[in-house]
Design a protein around this ligand. Structure first.
Ligand SMILES: [Zn+2]
Length: 229
């Protein structure tokens, strides 16, 4: 049935999310060239990621996979995952990230993967929670189970984009609720989000969890906002 898939490729060519080139059948999401140049976070910046949370919440470890830089065409991968109704892109990126995390021993001691919840309203509008897909990719490689219903989001925070640092922190206070603490109590959990910027939303969620549970918390985000050189 090769001719059928050849015909489908001809009629509906798939394009590289990053550069727009037509993809060959073996390529997914991006062409090999863009995949090769994927802006993975360098070691010196990986070390900075944990510092984002210093003095804000008690976490065991925090890491991320690719840079989210102003104007970078690679940001389209994240946009596609969040707004483009293509969550499976998140699974594939997370699987790639998980391979390197596994090599570094990052998963050692982690009992469960917890995707940051969306508010019900937002999830209904979007049709899915992008963090669930990132969690799925990490779980497929690490073998660590995903736990979804332990914590919920009471309300959607307003968009953070145009807020100052202080406003961002006030904006996320008390937006999470620990609904089923027994699912994660006593465990070391890996909390998942798509992009790390100030860490305000993740910190708020981690604080809510630690108020009602005895949990060690580590953090993984697919991308890290970095506007330095
Ligand atoms: Zn490309």
């Amino acid at each position: 049935m090769k001719w059928i898939s050849d015909l489908i490729d001809l009629l509906f060519p798939r394009h590289c999310i990053v550069c727009g080139e037509i993809l060959s059948r073996q390529e997914q999401d991006m062409c090999l060239d863009c995949l090769y140049k994927l802006p993975k976070i360098e070691q010196m910046h990986l070390d900075e990621i944990e510092k984002v949370f210093w003095g804000k919440c008690d976490i065991a470890a925090a890491t991320s996979y690719i840079y989210y830089r102003k104007g970078s065409p690679y940001n389209r991968l994240i946009h596609r995952l969040k707004y483009g109704n293509r969550p499976e892109t998140g699974v594939r990126l997370a699987r790639m990230a998980a391979e390197s995390l596994k090599e570094r021993g990052f998963f050692d001691g982690i009992d469960a993967i917890v995707p940051l919840p969306l508010s019900k309203k937002k999830q209904r509008r979007r049709g899915y929670n992008q963090c669930d897909y990132i969690a799925e990719g990490l779980s497929a490689v690490s073998g660590i189970p995903v736990i979804k219903d332990s914590v919920t989001r009471k309300k959607a925070n307003e968009t953070q984009t145009h807020k100052s640092r202080d406003e961002r922190w006030k904006n996320v206070e008390g937006i999470f609720e620990l609904t089923r603490p027994e699912l994660i109590d006593g465990k070391h959990i890996l909390l998942i989000d798509d992009i790390l910027t100030t860490g305000a939303t993740l910190t708020s969620c981690a604080a809510t969890i630690q108020q009602g549970c005895n949990c060690r918390i580590s953090i993984f985000t697919l991308a890290y906002t970095y506007n330095g050189i």
